[in-house]
Ligand binder design. Structure first.
Ligand code: FES
Length: 205
């Protein structure tokens, strides 16, 4: 077993191919085998259910990875690319902990399929580090805007993405703009102060 495969979830007992075949057959039977149903079957592109080699562009580099149709972007980032900044908190996108950029827009990697990201530019919180650290994580340190830190990478990406669009945001606007991110430790006040420091310090961007 390769390193890539050992991190994959086990194959599902029920897969989309079987479902489409089954539902198509049922629909054909109900419709008496009409041309419409047959045409729909002919144009439905079925991918998987097995692992498929794909290339994802993450933080400016192309990476060859393996993904099933159900594999999320978060699983690929964390388990195959070792980019563990984005966090797995929920599978329905209500925490903001897995926030990354896809084509410049903040999205929850936990609810984004890896296959849907082929050909798109993905950026993670790790892109804000390196030799020239972005002012947002620096401000988080200044204001001690973390406790357990589990939500912090998602908040950092969310703040960076919000301030990129709203460089002169007010406190009220920042509060509204970050309302998709949750922190169980209750660091909200410090996160807001960190974002305000970036705005007021003129270091935004
Ligand atoms: S710092 Fe612990 S969840 Fe936010």
């Amino acid at each position: 077993m390769t390193d890539q495969h050992k991190h994959q979830r086990p194959p599902s007992g029920f897969n989309r191919r079987a479902f489409l075949k089954g539902s198509g057959a049922a629909a054909t039977a109900l419709a008496g085998g009409t041309g419409l149903v047959q045409a729909e079957e002919a144009t439905t592109k079925i991918v998987g259910p097995d692992l498929k080699p794909i290339t994802l562009n993450v933080n400016g580099k192309d990476h060859k990875v393996q993904a099933e149709p159900r594999t999320t972007l978060l699983e690929v980032l964390r388990l195959q690319l070792d980019l563990t900044g984005a966090k797995p908190v929920c599978t329905h996108g209500s925490s903001g902990a897995s926030t990354v950029w896809v084509e410049g827009k903040p999205v929850e990697a936990a609810t984004t399929l890896a296959l849907d990201c082929v050909g798109k530019k993905i950026r993670t919180v790790e892109s804000l580090g390196g030799d020239k650290i972005d002012p947002v994580p620096t401000a988080f340190v200044h204001h001690d805007a973390m406790q357990c830190g589990f939500c912090t990478p998602g908040f950092v990406v969310a703040v960076r993405a919000f301030l990129d669009k709203n460089p002169q945001a007010s406190e009220a606007e920042i509060r509204a703009g970050l309302n998709g991110n949750l922190c169980r430790c209750g660091t909200y006040a410090n996160v807001i102060q960190a974002a305000l420091e970036v705005v007021q310090g003129g270091k935004n961007g």
